[in-house]
Design a protein around this ligand. Structure first.
Ligand code: DX5
Ligand code: ZN
Length: 217
């Protein structure tokens, strides 16, 4: 799956941008929510999510919550049409409770690991998550460089998923381009978030096409 991150889209015409990037071959809309508290940036909330749904975006909306606390926004995003909701363990006092809240609201639940977060925190919640998101940059901004030590973490997370025997997606977010996507897939990722490499390209379909070509090679 390729999940274009709308953080790098033109916010003045977001509906059209989402429509275009899905027609260009994107699978999901990756929706970055930042609160200027958990991360040093401020973006968009549930109203924008429901607007995109009303506009007619049918692709799954992959909400990446970088907000603290997160529980009330989990409910708001579920009501606004989110399909996937991913949270960071540091953003809630009770991780198990917050993940169960996502499921109770009818969404798929994801947990996101920052570059410095150990994958050990997965051990007691791997039975309830639908996705593990490995951050390959520090959360907060687009256009950052992929942190190479993420590769070892992706491999470790893939091993944990195998051992769990569960169907869990392994998403990677930050600094992904057509040049490194194959290496990230080889480490075990199956879902790729990409903002600037897609929205910064003059042709979204060429950018996504190049990524798919590298994945097939
Ligand atoms: C960063 C966000 C990412 C960001 C990725 O905190 O979670 O989704 O948009 O952007 P690129 O692909 O430009 O690194
Ligand atoms: Zn993200």
């Amino acid at each position: 799956m390729i999940a274009p991150s709308i953080l790098s889209a033109d916010f003045s015409r977001l509906g059209k941008e989402c429509e275009d990037v899905i027609s260009a071959g994107g699978d999901w809309i990756h929706f970055d929510v930042m609160d200027n508290h958990y991360v040093p940036n401020l973006t968009i909330g549930p109203l924008v999510c429901s607007s995109l749904k009303k506009y007619g975006i049918k692709a799954p909306i992959d909400v990446h919550l970088m907000v603290k606390p997160c529980d009330s926004l989990i409910k708001d995003f579920a009501e606004s049409g989110a399909d996937w909701i991913t949270i960071h363990p540091e953003s809630t006092e009770h991780l198990d409770r917050s993940l169960r809240l996502i499921k109770d609201c009818g969404c798929k639940a994801g947990i996101s690991l920052n570059p410095s977060t150990s994958p050990e925190c997965l051990d007691y919640i791997i039975d309830i998550v639908d996705m593990i998101l490995v951050m390959s940059v520090n959360p907060g901004f687009g256009r950052q460089k992929f942190i190479d030590s993420s590769i070892a973490k992706i491999k470790a997370v893939r091993e944990k998923i195998k051992r769990s025997g569960r169907d869990i997606r392994l998403e990677v977010d930050g600094g992904i381009t057509a040049s490194n996507i194959a290496m990230i897939a080889a480490a075990g990722a199956d879902t790729f978030v990409s903002g600037s490499a897609i929205f910064g390209s003059p042709s979204y379909s060429d950018a996504i096409g190049m990524m798919r070509k590298s994945l097939k090679a």
